[in-house]
Every structure is written in structure tokens, then in C-alpha cells.
Design a protein around this ligand. Structure first.
Ligand code: KIV
Length: 271
């Protein structure tokens, strides 16, 4: 660990809300292991998502659906052992939050054994009862709406969401319902930039976008994508920062700087 990472004050949800209020963009990346976690913190990343994308980028699955609680706990604990400053959000994997009781049991394991500061789950109005149950038991929750990778088999592929009026209205309703249920943060994935700006304006919680334009409170990318390691089709919103950065530390520092100064995402990354 570098001295830089050692000295940083831990980021809390209050820190992220204060950044949101003063208009400072939040720089978030996914991470799944101790070594990357150290580099990312040293390069200035304020928030991590231990995403179930690990099923695709680390484990070689076609989607995030096969990822298990054991997979998530293994990687979340590795990140937590190395993490010193960044806020850690860990995904509840597919099938682990079917009922409020099951969700609570698994969310507690992610907090206690996986070192999560907050858990993330996919879905909007249909997940209100689960979010209320978790928040009622002091588990901080991050919602995830727009494109839901755990439902990709239902969509028949990874597609931009909320392009028509009905779809956009449903996404707005999802965001408001999650906030009313007690969610403290929101990820919105693969929606038109104009809609993402409306969602961000409609709620008070920090909104982190991925493929959702420049007007969210912060940005996240899958780490392996921003290091130019995307397997197969590269989505429009992905930028390879390693190409210009030259080293992993420099690439991550360039990403943080670009999120902060608003140069990422640029118009060519947006829907
Ligand atoms: O699993 C993941 O990597 C995610 C990102 C979209 C943030 O949820």
C-alpha cells in the first residue's frame, strides 16, 4: 500500500452527498481484488462497486446470472482487506434477494463477511418491499435501474433502456420509488443522457451513471473495460484510458480527472 492510500480519510455516504451538493463529480470504478483496490485508491477513486460483473470479466460467464453469494463474498472480502478509504458497494447476486427475509440474510453476510458499506440490487418499483426491509434493518441500499444485467435473458440482450415515453416514465417512477423506500444511492445503466439528467434531478440521493451521459452525480465503469480489456462487443460508453495513460495507475488517475472535469463521458459515449 502506498503512503497516499494510508493517509486518506475514509469516504462515507455523507462525504458523497456533500460532493453531490457542491457539484463535485464522484469517481467510481468496479474492483474485485486487493491489488487493484490499492492502485485505485492511490489514484483517487472515491467509491468502489464490487459488481457481479466479476462473473463475466473474471470468471468467463456469458452473463452475471450464474454468480453466487460465495463468489461475491470471496471478492468483496479481498477488496475489504485492502481498502482503506473508498466507499464500498457490493452487489447482491441474482437469486439472492427473492424475498425480504432472504435479502436481509444475504445483505448481512455481504456487510459482515464481505466488508460492504452498502449493498446494491437491481430493479425499481418491484423491489420496494425488499429495499424497505433492508433499510429498516439498517442495511444501506444502492438501487440499480435502467439496463438490468441480471435480467438480460428476459430482454434478449444488452439494450439501451428508456428510449420511448413509457419506458422513460417507468425508469423515473423506479428512481422515485427506490428513494421513497429508503435507498441511499442509485446506479443508472444504459439510458439516454436526457433521461438520466431527469432522473438525477428527480431524486436527492447521489446518482452514479454508466452509459447514462454526463449529468449524473458520478460515473462508474467496469475496471477491465476502462483498461481496454473488454471481451467481444465494446459498448459505446466505454473508453480505454490505458491507451493514453500508459500505466494502470496513470489510466485510473486520468479517468478520475476526466470524471471530475466533465470530459468523460463525452458526446460520443452517450445515448
Ligand atoms: O456489476 C457491475 O459491475 C455493475 C456496474 C454496472 C456498476 O453493477
Amino acid at each position: 500500500m502506498t503512503a497516499d492510500a494510508q493517509q486518506k480519510t475514509p469516504v462515507t455516504l455523507a462525504t458523497l452527498r456533500a460532493m453531490q451538493q457542491r457539484g463535485e463529480k464522484i469517481a467510481c470504478l468496479t474492483t474485485y481484488d486487493a491489488s487493484f483496490t490499492r492502485v485505485l485508491e492511490a489514484a483517487g477513486v472515491e467509491m468502489f462497486i464490487v459488481g457481479d460483473s466479476l462473473g463475466m470479466v473474471l470468471m468467463g460467464y456469458e452473463s452475471t446470472v450464474p454468480v453466487t453469494m460465495d463468489d461475491m463474498l470471496h471478492h468483496a472480502a479481498s477488496v475489504a482487506r485492502a481498502g482503506r478509504s473508498a466507499w464500498r458497494v457490493v452487489d447482491l447476486p441474482s437469486g439472492s434477494y427473492e424475498t425480504p427475509g432472504q435479502a436481509l440474510l444475504n445483505a448481512r453476510r455481504l456487510m459482515d463477511e464481505g466488508g460492504a458499506h452498502m449493498v446494491k440490487l437491481e430493479g425499481g418499483t418491484g423491489k420496494v418491499a425488499i429495499v424497505e426491509h433492508l433499510v429498516g434493518h439498517d442495511i444501506p441500499v444502492c438501487g440499480h435501474i435502467g439496463l438490468l444485467p441480471q435480467s438480460v435473458e428476459e430482454y434478449g440482450g444488452y439494450r439501451v433502456q428508456g428510449r420511448d415515453e413509457a419506458g422513460a416514465a417507468a425508469i423515473l417512477a423506479d428512481a422515485v420509488a427506490l428513494e421513497n423506500a429508503g435507498a441511499g444511492m442509485l446506479v443508472i445503466e444504459c439510458i439516454p443522457a436526457v433521461l438520466a439528467a431527469r432522473v438525477t434531478g428527480a431524486v436527492t440521493m447521489p446518482v452514479i451513471g454508466i452509459g447514462a451521459g454526463p449529468d449524473c452525480d458520478g460515473q462508474v465503469l467496469v475496471l477491465y473495460d476502462m483498461l481496454g480489456m473488454t471481451a467481444g462487443h465494446q459498448p459505446r460508453f466505454v473508453k480505454d484510458f490505458l491507451q493514453e495513460g500508459g500505466s494502470i495507475h496513470a489510466a485510473v488517475a486520468a479517468y478520475v480527472a476526466a470524471v471530475k472535469d466533465g470530459s468523460y463521458p463525452a458526446s460520443e459515449h452517450n445515448y
